[in-house]
Structure formats: C-alpha cells, structure tokens
Ligand binder design. Sequence first.
Ligand code: ACO
Length: 436
Amino acid sequence: MDNETLTITDNRTDQTYTVPISRGTIRAMDLRQIKTGADDFGLMTYDPAFMNTASCQSAITYLDGDKGILRYRGYPIEQLAENCTFLEVAYLLLNGELPTEDELGSWNREVLRHTMIHEKLKKVMEGFNYDAHPMGMLMGAVAALSTFYPDARNIFDPASRNEQISRLIGKMPTIAAYAYRHRLGLPYVYPDPELCYTKNYMNMLWKRTEPKYAANPVIAHALEVLFILHADHEQNCSTNTMRAVGSSHADPYATTAAAIAALWGPLHGGANEEVLRMLDEIGKVSEIPGFIAQVKDGKRKLMGFGHRVYKNYDPRARIIKRVAEQVFEVTGRNPKLDIALELEKIALSDEYFIKRKLYPNVDFYSGIIYQAMGFTPDQFTVLFAIPRTVGWLAQWQELLGDADQKIARPRQVYIGQDARDVVPFAQRGKLQTVTA
Ligand code: ACO
C-alpha cells in the first residue's frame, strides 16, 4: 500500500509527526525532523549490528527466516540446486534471469577464458610461508589482482565492470587451488578450459602426473550443488562489507578482498572450519552430553548452529545433508557424521536450543563433506568464498546502479569525554606518564 503512514508523538515536545511507511519500513532520515529545538541535531536510531535496519533495497535474494525460505531472483534454492549448474545460477544472480542456451555458452566461455592467472601473481603466492592460512592467501592474492588490472577502477564503465566480474569469478578457483597446493608443496596446475567450472577446479586441486584429469562426477556434482547453495545470502556480514567498501568506489578486487576478510571470521564463513574442530574435540558420541552442558552454561558455542535471520531450519542445511549421503557413497562415510547427527538430535530436542530457535546452519554439515572429499579444515572457508564471490559481485553491481546509495557512513552516539584542555606533559602526574 502506498499511503501507509506512521504517526509519532514526541513526548518531550508534545509535537506529532507523520512519516510514510513503504514496504514495511520507515526512512531513518524522516526522524531527523524530530527535534527539541533549533540547535537539536534531530532524532536518530541506534541499531548496533543492524538488528532491525534495512541498509538497501535488493532484487537479488529473498530470505524468510521464520519459514526457512531462500530464493535467488524468485527461484527456490531447492529447484536451482536440483536443475542448474553453478554458472547458470551465477548468470541468474548477476543478470536477473536464467540464461538461454546461447547465453550460457558465451557466459561459460567468458568465465573459463579468465581462469589463468598472471605468472607474477603466481610468484606473489609462492612468497607466502609454507603454512600460510589459505584464506589469508586468497585474500592477499585477490587484493593483489587490483594491481594487475588498473582499469578495474573504471567502475562506472559497464564493459570494464563486466570484464572484472567474469575475470574474478574465473580466477577464484585458480587462486584457491594454488593456495591448496602451496600448503602441500605441490606444483601449481594450469586451468583446463575444456572442463566445466567445478571439474576444472578439481583438476587444479588434485591432478598429479596423469595427462588429463578425470573428475569423479559425483564429487563434481556435489561441489556444483554446494557452490549453488553458497552463492548468495542477501545482506550477511561479508556482503554488507562488500557493499560498505564498494560504496567508497574502491575497485572490485580490493572490495572483494575486504569481503573475504569478513567471511573468514568464525561467526560467519569461518564457522565451517570451527565445526570440524569442535567435532574433533568432542571425539565420540558419548561425550556429546558433556559438551552440550558446557554450551548451555555459556562456556562454549555450538558452532554451525544459530543464525541471525533463520529462526527455522536453514534450507541449505537440509540439501547439504542429502548431498553428504551421495558423497559418502564415493568417499566412504565420514565418522564425524554420526557425531554431528547425534549432536543435532540432542540439540533440537533440548529446551535451551528450542527456546532460542537455534538450528543447524549451512556450515554444520558442509565441512564434513569437504573433509570426506580430502580438504583440510583450513580450506573450508575458501570453498565458501569461491561461490560467494558471485553474490558479492551481484550485490556490488546492484549497489553501483542504485540511486539511493551513497558512501556508507553510519552515525554514532558519542559517549566519551566532554571537551577538555590538554595538560602540558611536565604537569601530568607520574602515573599518567607511565600509562601514556
Ligand atoms: N551456540 C550456543 N548458543 C547460541 C548459539 C550457538 N551457536 N548461537 C546463539 N546462541 C544463543 C546466544 O548465546 C543467545 O543466548 P541468550 O539469549 O541467552 O543470550 C541467543 O542464542 C541469541 O544469540 P545471538 O548471539 O544474539 O544471535 P545473533 O543473531 O547475534 O548471532 C550467530 C548469530 C553469530 C550466527 C550465532 O548464532 C553464532 O555465533 N553461531 C555460531 C557460529 C556460526 O555457526 N556461524 C555461522 C552462521 S551462518 C553463516 O555465516 C554462513
């Protein structure tokens, strides 16, 4: 409805204000007119962590946390995972519609054309220590890309922007695979443009001396589904970072490197690594009750559980559970699955978790699959970053075309000292000198 309004009475002044409501929101700037006097700045909202603030309008991903619904551009995630390839979904997220056969053909060629990286970037990666964390390598290498492609700063030139988007999506698996092999001391494998996106990634990860790498189709399909599930998730922490940094008009490589940094944190994408460490620590099913007791005492967190938006089962976790069974038929069952299933069963029947609406999120099962595929836990978040790059770029592109957006610059509520004069150094007490 267009003519919905909110009437606010300021009890400090007895003045009444009417502000429009649009799509269930009021504009925070409409509160600025609410003042106690001419020199009053005007009313602001205080919302640490954006608990109840929409920072943008977006047409990309729809998420209903209470009902457990996730859709990209209107299509349910379950249907996309069942029927599409990752690059089809990437096209959808970036362009708004699923590609026709011709469009998909040229999009595939465009992305795979960009999978090679500059030999000097390879050298940058070789410079990392042998035990460098793969997320640190990924973040550093992506930031370094901006030095190779200075034209990326032309962010308002659509042709340049499209070039950087396909370049970045093409290069992510290559950089990720090099970070993987660097850790193992293996020579880097060049991309094979005859392979599809996921099979090429597997080729760069696991090819040894065979002339042509033959990817296992079940594992390739599982990766494809996992990539689709991770491709976008509206205004999560790393996407918000992408938009905040992008709003300063930094180039897409620097901006994506910042989003990678945000993803790395254990409360966000880094949780999949933490889940495995937690399952390792629990060790066996009989230790679960003791662990749950520690969580309920507030001493621990059940990693891979809980979500800011989902207050119902995360639909991605449901699909991942099915994929896990398919992968285990090839790799053998990961014994951690039994601990995870039991942990989930106990948690979902426990009052502590029910009351707080804590359910498994996407990270709870993904690590178990990745480990069965042969990845070490420190690689898990990299496997999240590759597909999420598509979502970041789709959101970045949307941001740049949104006339409502400006540089992201929140306000603060200042709670520090009032104005005071600097005491000359010689007159400050001894204690102050020591602490200074
Ligand atoms: N284990 C135990 N208790 C939890 C957990 C958890 N994983 N998550 C939340 N809670 C509790 C909190 O202690 C709090 O309890 P209280 O009301 O008694 O204080 C209550 O549930 C609400 O939690 P908040 O921290 O306020 O929820 P918020 O929305 O801020 O945090 C988050 C969401 C960060 C995902 C949180 O649930 C968490 O830390 N989970 C573990 C890390 C994780 O799995 N992150 C991945 C998220 S998905 C993703 O980013 C891809």
